[in-house]
Design a protein around this ligand. Structure first.
Ligand code: FES
Length: 614
């Protein structure tokens, strides 16, 4: 995934749509990226000859495939196959109406992705050698696929002879991009799979995809085995800094996690691991560094430098994943030490660079990443929200697991809890914390300053709930659930005054982040058309509570949307479409990073944002 800076301006007729693309991108890709459909049944691989367009202005040399698809007169008039024309300069192109429906899958935040995986299979029936035809095995095979310009992998060379002779010269060639990586006996062209991973600090999720149809076949998740070396990225970096053997151990734990998930999704989907030819991994910078055995120490100390933003060509085996021996691994590039490949993947899945609307993308966690897309381009920043949302610094806090209160609803007469696994409540996770505080602010039990009101005031506001407002030691608390009989406060699940303060600091850090981005871009709050809440925590957060607390801008709640696991969706898109994959690399060049820590206005904004909206 190597970024390119040169651009070409393209105009697609009859719509007149203008697009700017990196030089070298094909017309077919450029059109697809921009939602302009061009006829195709092969997804741009150069086999269907349906992607006919007419180049009206600009230079588009005739390719060998064009000469087979068009008459000389057509070529003279500018007709070309769009998937073979690489934009080397500005072009104006006429796109005829569709005659076939493009093969597409809906992925990410409503993104329609036209299928064009890097992996393709081609079944060929070859003539057997004779004394008159002594072409080498490889030559014989490549002659049957002469529309592709292929390089050959040693693995394929070893496989080709046995495959040809075992299957009467009927074989399937496996091609990844322009490399022949394997030759399989018989027709296996329908068996084509990839696995997308969301490599989280806490949880890792794997999805196996049928690359021919875009269909997800199985999804599995498990806790990252690195958990035993620290709950967050900073503690894992510290472990590595203090112990010279720790990097190897943590890398092994990452590999074991990825490979265990691989075996699980393959089994559930009924797929042999050797039928998986490509994987894609989206993770934060620390997780991807460690998984690749790269020392993450510079990420943890100022000035917070990555070893690399984009990774070279990798194999799945570099990440300990046992699939096809030549399966490639796509690892998402990072913007910076604290805005990693998971955010790049999330932005791709959300289409942040494509949508004309002004949008905010907020990935909430211990470290919160915020991205603003507007006429000023894409601005990104990272805000240190602290561990409140993980439940770590909260008196009765816990991770979002069985027994965690994940949602709270209150009226002046009643209180209702939603508990993960419908179990006896054991604690309060991040979304429950946000809900509880938002409901108590709405009820008037918590003032705009964040302070609990007096018990007397609570009796006036909601007499039925007032008995829950009490104290533990000197500290005022609100009891959400009595584990024993009412009155046994110490052994209840409660929200303390200090918990409210923790949440205030976390939300102020996030709100300061988006406030400064909006100011830098010259965008008014009311002009934000959509706020996407992403990340494992953000996706479960109630949009209404987020607005109520000022965690997100004060907007109509319908404009605030939970985006789900966008990092995993971005990884899927990278597997399904080389165009989207290139889009992730292009994002690196489009995004401008805004550093908050040295801003003179940070403290003033932070203090402004501590209180709750009234
Ligand atoms: Fe099939 Fe170009 S898209 S030949």
């Amino acid at each position: 995934m190597t970024p390119s800076n040169e651009r070409a301006d393209l105009v697609f007729e009859p719509s007149g749509r203008q697009v700017r693309v990196p030089v070298g991108v094909t017309l077919f890709d450029a059109a697809s990226w921009n939602g302009i459909a061009i006829d195709s049944t092969c997804g741009g691989h150069g086999t269907c000859k349906k992607c006919k367009v007419r180049v009206l202005e600009g230079d588009a040399p005739v390719t060998s495939l064009d000469t087979r698809a068009f008459h000389t007169e057509d070529l003279r008039e500018g007709w070309r196959l769009a998937c073979r024309v690489e934009a080397r300069g500005d072009l104006r192109v006429d796109v005829p109406p569709l005659t076939t429906r493009p093969k597409a899958a809906t992925v990410g935040v409503g993104r329609k992705v036209i299928l064009r995986p890097a992996v393709q299979k081609r079944f060929v029936e070859l003539s057997e050698p004779t004394l008159k035809d002594q072409r080498a095995d490889l030559e014989r095979l490549l002659d049957a696929m002469d529309d592709l310009e292929l390089r050959t992998d040693l693995f394929a060379l070893r496989a080709i002879g046995p495959a040809l002779r075992a299957a009467d010269y009927k074989v399937t060639a496996v091609v990844v991009d322009d490399v022949l990586v394997a030759v399989e006996p018989g027709d296996t062209s329908e068996r084509l799979f990839g696995i997308a991973y969301d490599l989280g600090t806490t949880t890792v999720v794997a999805t196996i995809l049928d690359l021919a149809t875009g269909t997800p076949l199985a999804v599995q998740s498990m806790l990252n085995r690195q958990q035993q070396s620290g709950a967050d990225v900073i503690s894992r970096i510290s472990t590595i800094m203090l112990d010279p053997t720790a990097l190897g151990r943590l890398t092994t734990h990452a590999h074991e996690t990825l490979d265990e998930l691989t075996a699980a999704v393959c089994e559930e989907a009924g797929v042999e691991p050797r039928e998986v030819y490509e994987i894609a991994v989206a993770g934060n910078a620390t997780m991807t560094h460690i998984a690749l055995g790269i020392d993450p120490e510079p990420l943890g100390v100022a000035p917070f430098v990555l070893t690399t933003r984009a990774f070279p060509e990798l194999l799945a085996s570099d990440l300990g994943v046992k699939v096809h021996p030549r399966a490639r691994a796509v690892v998402f590039p990072a913007f910076g030490a604290y805005v990693g490949g998971d955010i790049t993947a999330g932005l791709l899945a959300a289409g942040m660079d494509r949508d004309q609307r002004t949008r905010l993308f907020i990935d909430i966690g211990t470290n919160c990443e915020i991205v603003l897309s507007s006429d000023a381009g894409l601005l990104v920043t990272a805000a240190p929200a602290g561990p409140a949302f993980e439940g770590a610094s909260i008196r009765c806090g816990m991770r979002a697991a069985k027994g965690a209160i994940e949602a709270v609803k209150m009226t002046p007469e009643d209180l209702a809890l939603q508990v993960i696994g419908e179990a006896e409540p054991k604690g309060l996770c991040g979304s429950g914390l946000v809900d509880a505080v938002a409901e108590l602010v709405s009820l008037g039990f918590i003032e705009a300053s964040g302070r609990f009101v007096t018990e007397e005031a609570a009796r006036d506001l909601a007499p039925e709930l007032a008995y829950r407002l009490t104290t533990v030691g000197e500290e005022r608390v609100f009891v959400l659930h009595w584990l024993r009989e009412p009155g046994d406060v110490e052994r209840s699940i409660y929200l303390s005054q200090r918990d409210v303060r923790e949440l205030q600091f976390a939300k102020a850090a996030i709100a300061t982040g988006w406030t400064l981005l909006l100011e830098d871009a010259g965008v008014a709050v009311e002009d934000v058309k959509q706020v996407l809440l992403a990340g494992s925590f953000g996706s479960y957060l109630s949009p209404a509570s987020a607005v109520r607390l000022g965690l997100v801008p004060e907007l109509p709640v319908l404009r605030v949307v939970s985006a789900g696991n966008v990092a995993g969706e971005g990884a899927k898109m990278a597997l399904l479409s080389v165009r989207e994959r290139a889009g992730a690399v292009a994002l690196l060049e489009e995004v401008n990073y805004v550093e908050l820590s040295d801003r003179p206005d940070f403290n003033d904004r932070f203090v402004d944002r501590l209180s709750f909206p009234v």
